[in-house]
Design a protein around this ligand. Structure first.
Ligand code: ZN
Length: 344
């Protein structure tokens, strides 16, 4: 969603610079007009005077303004660093995980440098992270491994302890084993006509995992490639009735069981969406704050876009700061329609 491709509030950006807050790296760069250099927010170099600073969305924009990348913090390498940490997290969930030297080599970095990079991104050293995986938390850690990176970089959380602390706090969402494409899970589905169009509903035995429009069995199979996909039959009847009622009267949505899984930050956003009463709306900015990361407005918009169960997690209640509709996965007409129904 490029809608959210915008700069944070300048005061918040400057505060992040003064704190050298790594969580903001990748969200904007700091251009220093006097030196002609741009930096990541966390750059260790001496801080410029505020009056000489201009913020840019990214390095490309700063270069257009005639600035050069700082050689110390290398603001254009953020993507490469993120990719390396993500790749390392994948390697570490192996049964026989590599040690630091091999791990660093596998992702193309020098061991010391990569050790520091990993630690500042994940909050633990690779060895500590592996121990955390082994300790009783193995199951949760495994399922969250890909999510750790997402959360670290999308939400700016700085330590996994934050994620683990939130275990079990999922509102109406049961964590389930279908982390990789739904392996070992049976998903039943059904279609229904609603006043918003043809609706697809799919559910595991724990709850609804998909509510969408303009989709069918093929899209469902693509989404859960390893799950057993079966037509719903009578077992789905009551869920389907509840979902249709929720679409017709969105205030009804709260009672239905959900079985959805996202990154920790996405789930935090979804939880906050569920707390918005029918008939009310919230800006993406406010939603980001409530979800625990005021700076992550763009990630909040993406989390709304990634909502797997339309209406039931009411992402239609999130609007842009100026009150305009922002985005909606199934078209702005449907979003407008849902909001109107809730006001009536
Ligand atoms: Zn720098």
């Amino acid at each position: 969603m490029t809608d959210f491709d915008s700069l944070p509030d300048p005061d918040a950006a400057w505060a992040a610079v003064l704190q050298r807050n790594r969580a903001w790296d990748g969200r904007f760069v700091t251009g220093v007009l006097t030196t002609g250099i741009y930096c990541r927010p966390s750059c260790a170099a001496r801080h410029p005077a505020r009056c000489n600073v201009r913020f840019f969305v990214d390095g490309a924009e700063a270069r257009l303004a005639g600035l050069r990348a700082c050689l110390r913090c290398r603001p254009d390498d953020i993507g490469r660093d993120e990719a390396a940490v993500a790749q390392a997290l994948d390697l570490l969930v192996d049964e026989d995980p590599p040690r630091l030297a091999a791990l660093a080599a596998a992702v193309g970095y020098a061991p010391d440098h990569f050790g520091r990079l990993f630690k500042s991104a994940v909050g633990l050293t690779p060895a500590q992270y592996m121990r955390a995986l082994r300790r009783g938390r193995a199951e949760e850690a495994l399922s969250s491994a890909p999510r750790v990176t997402d959360a670290v970089y999308e939400a700016g959380y700085s330590a996994p302890s934050r994620f683990y602390a939130e275990d079990g706090a999922r509102l109406g969402m049961t964590p389930s084993a279908w982390r990789k494409g739904g392996a070992g899970v049976t998903i039943r589905w059904a279609m229904a006509d609603t006043t918003l169009g043809r609706m697809l509903l799919a559910a595991t035995d724990k709850g609804i995992c998909r509510l969408s429009f303009d989709e069918g069995e093929a899209e469902l199979r693509a989404r859960f490639p390893k799950a057993q996909i079966a037509p719903g039959g009578t077992a789905m009847a009551s869920l389907l009735a509840g979902a249709v009622a929720a679409v017709e009267r969105p205030a009804m949505a709260a009672a239905l069981p959900l079985d959805v899984q996202g990154t920790v930050f996405q789930e935090a956003v979804w939880r906050e969406l569920q707390r918005i009463p029918a008939g009310e709306t919230l800006s993406y900015t406010e939603l980001a704050t409530r979800a625990g990361n005021a700076g992550a407005v763009r990630a909040t918009g993406s989390a709304c876009g990634a909502n797997p169960v339309a209406v039931l997690i009411p992402c239609h209640r999130a609007l842009r700061q100026d009150g305009s509709l922002g985005g909606y996965a199934y078209g702005l007409e449907r979003k407008k329609d849902l909001l109107r129904r809730e006001k009536d």
